[in-house]
Design a protein around this ligand. Structure first.
Ligand code: AMP
Ligand code: MG
Length: 710
């Protein structure tokens, strides 16, 4: 499902007169998030005014090419059996049309809803099902109260009302909540909006790809968030409801929204359904002012390479990835001790200097340097007391006197120099030491490490244990970091069996999944293990669907080439999702890049060696970018080669390597199925794109695995 670019939420009203000019409750409010931007809610005094505005909004969003979800807070359907009794058909939309031809509603709001409800009640035996009216002595076909109304022919509530624990019934016409009246006055309006081009109704008929989808909603789902927003403020309740519900729906990640809109019970076909019923807490969380804000999914062109390039050099491919990808995760606050390995979501400045005050670097005795007489050795009387770390000396040390002072103690007033205790002889009252101590010796100045307000860690940095020390030392207890990226991993191939699984000679064990999982974990990424998928297009399609639903990006291995059984590339191509990158890299090809349901897919080669190299060179920086981290290049260095090799021009090569005796040795075989060579290696030797003739002793670039964070 494609997501919605814009969301509107309408709080409908069955009022019989225009609402006051000044925004007030019991009018019609429309909450609006347009192309990701929250707008001030619209206030409409009458249904006529609201319908005109809604029609304009629908047409504008369509003209701008934006997909619109338009939600309304009244039932789109009635309990099972009601529609058939009225129209002879189970089709809820036929009921909409039936109502539209009968409901009259003038400019000022005068309407005939009670007359129409009487007509409807006449179709049922006994009193009801509609009940409640404004005048006890009018509309004899409508009971004044619910007592005596039997709900035998149709239930009082729909399946979704029960699922959402909604208090209201669509048969209640009067007294709060007047849901029944709102539906009678709202469905004719929807029947007209539905006839505009591009408009479909969820969950009836074909709404999956429609540019505009009308859906039923219920602000009761976000009651907690509405109350919270209203505390201490004057915001009108109805206004807060539409504003927050539009916000929460607009913030729902596409896969979550899709899951809420599909897989409904069968009753929904006739009775309709409340969008997100049962997901109130999730909507409340998303409605909060400080809810993690997930950026929009990637656009289609993030994997585009310049046209006409046949074999793309590695650097060019990396540049394109860097330009096309952006962060896809929102931010959250974490206590410092839970933040190791996480990506900073904002720059951090020192809240406090380090050290915060001048202090002693040693255990010794402090005094004023200027008060020392000019003599080869000094004897100074000792002051009572001492200065220790965590317990400051409150007084001032007089000139010509000394004070016992310990490491980390704040330098007291009257002291600027400390002599090391090993250089001192003392008795109960005095100390003696030789001259030659420099002014300021053995003291640390305030802020000599970090000054308060100095920038200490930049947004996009992956926090190391040492960073935590720096942040803690300078007064930070909580950091804003990005949510951990979730990556789904799956292996493909009929021959693949899990480690430990029974095998026939034609089977091989899955080497890639444990390796890729561990690589991801090392990068601070959460892994969603999708398992092993046979060479079957439908199985693969289902696996990718699941992966896209549960993760932010997908790593597959195997089947990425153009052979008969290369279903990964075939499927991605068939879905129109694939960019085939022919990267001038060994071992590497094939590498398939695609978006599946808006989620980036890295189709890695099946050979474990090639899978590892492609992951380190391409997937690692790309995933780091999706996770909000700054782009980093693995740091290598030149070392003498312990091998000889002649290399043709036209592609970059990575050899499994390690350093012994200060020289880079490479694994004996370059075969990309040799897993033992991967395990043997401690890094990669990178040979440049051009031709090269390497003799033992020539410098080659060595990149240790640790440079990739392994
Ligand atoms: P493919 O890319 O599917 O053509 O696979 C290339 C080679 O890698 C074949 O020999 C596969 O059997 C092997 N291979 C594919 N996936 C894995 C895996 N998960 N573990 C080990 N070897 C694999
Ligand atoms: Mg295969």
């Amino acid at each position: 499902m494609r997501g919605f670019d814009s969301v509107l939420v309408t709080d409908w009203s069955a009022a019989s007169a225009p609402a006051p000019k000044r925004p007030s409750k019991d009018a019609i409010w429309i909450g609006l998030s347009r192309d990701g931007v929250e707008h001030e809610p619209l206030y409409c005094r009458t249904r006529h005014e609201a319908e005109a505005r809604l029609a304009t909004l629908i047409d504008e969003e369509r003209a701008a090419g934006r997909r619109l979800l338009a939600a309304f807070d009244f039932p789109f359907g009635y309990p099972a059996g009601f529609a058939r009794r009225v129209t002879g058909s189970d089709d809820p939309l036929a009921l909409w049309d039936w109502l539209e031809t009968r409901i009259e509603d003038d400019e000022s709001g005068r309407n005939n809803r009670f007359e129409v409800a009487e007509t409807l009640n006449a179709l049922f035996d006994g009193p009801g099902p509609f009940w409640g009216k404004t005048h006890r002595d009018r509309w004899p076909g409508i009971p004044y109260a619910k007592r005596g109304v039997s709900f035998d022919a149709v239930a009082e509530k729909r399946a979704c009302d029960r699922a959402a624990r909604a208090a209201s019934s669509c048969f209640q016409l009067c007294y709060h909540p007047t849901v029944g009246s709102q539906a009678l006055m709202g469905l004719p309006m929807l029947a007209r909006l539905r006839r505009r081009p591009g408009v479909a109704v969820w969950p009836f008929g074909d709404w999956q790809d429609a540019p505009v989808v009308l859906a039923e909603c219920w602000p009761g789902l976000i009651e907690r968030a509405v109350r919270h927003a209203q505390t201490g403020g004057e915001e009108i309740r109805d206004r807060a409801q539409v504003r927050l519900l539009a916000r929460a729906l607009a913030r729902l990640p596409v896969p979550e929204l899709q899951a809420m809109m599909t897989g409904l019970p069968p009753e929904a076909r006739e009775e309709a359904w409340i969008l997100a019923a049962g997901h109130g807490p999730r909507l409340c969380a998303l409605a909060a002012d400080d809810a993690p804000l997930d950026p929009p999914p990637l656009r289609d062109d993030c994997f585009a390479l310049p046209a006409g390039v046949h074999w793309t050099p590695v650097d060019e491919a990396l540049t394109a990835l860097r330009a096309g990808l952006h962060r896809v995760v929102g931010a959250e606050n974490l206590p410092l001790d839970a933040a190791a390995g996480r990506v900073l979501a904002e720059d951090v400045r020192a809240r406090r200097s380090n050290p915060p005050a001048p202090n002693s670097a040693v255990d010794g005795y402090g005094f004023a340097f200027a008060s020392l007489p000019d003599s080869p050795h000094h004897v100074l009387p000792l002051c009572d007391g001492r200065a220790a770390a965590g317990s400051a000396y409150r007084g001032a040390v007089p000139p010509g006197h000394a004070l016992r002072i310990l490491t980390g103690a704040i330098i007291p007033e009257g002291v600027d120099t400390v002599v090391l205790e090993e250089d001192v002889r003392r008795d109960a009252r005095r100390i003696a030491f030789r001259s030659g101590v420099r002014k300021g010796a053995n003291t640390r100045k305030a802020g000599e490490d970090v000054m308060a307000d100095e920038a200490i860690a930049a947004k996009g940095r992956v926090l190391t244990p040492a960073d935590l020390a720096l942040l803690a030392a300078t007064g930070t207890a909580e950091v804003r970091v990005y949510r951990r990226l979730r990556v789904a991993i799956l292996s493909t191939g009929d021959e693949i069996r899990a480690p430990g699984e029974a095998t026939l000679p034609e089977h091989i064990h899955d080497a890639n999944r444990p390796m890729l999982g561990a690589l991801m974990a090392g990068m601070g990424i959460d892994v969603v293990d999708i398992g092993r998928i046979p060479d079957d297009r439908e199985a693969l399609r289902a696996a990718l669907d699941r992966a896209a639903l549960e993760a932010d990006a997908i790593l597959t291995s195997g089947g990425a080439s153009a052979g008969d059984e290369d279903h990964v590339s075939a499927l991605l191509r068939e879905a129109g999702a694939m960019r085939t990158w022919r990267i001038a890299l060994k071992p590497g090809r094939p590498l398939a890049l695609a978006l599946w349901e808006g989620k980036p897919v890295f189709g890695l080669p099946g050979n474990p060696v090639a899978a590892l190299v492609c992951t380190l060179i391409f997937a690692r920086p790309a995933l780091a970018t999706l996770a909000g981290a700054a782009w980093t290049e693995p740091q290598g260095f030149d070392v003498p080669a312990a091998f000889a090799k002649r290399k043709k021009p036209g592609r970059r090569e990575y050899l499994r390597a390690r350093i012994r005796g200060g020289r880079a040795e490479v694994f004996g075989s370059e075969g990309s199925g040799r897993v033992s060579g991967l395990s043997w290696a401690e890094g990669l030797v990178e040979l440049p794109d051009g031709a090269a003739e390497i003799a033992p002793g020539d410098p080659v670039r060595y990149i240790p695995f640790t440079s990739f964070g392994l």
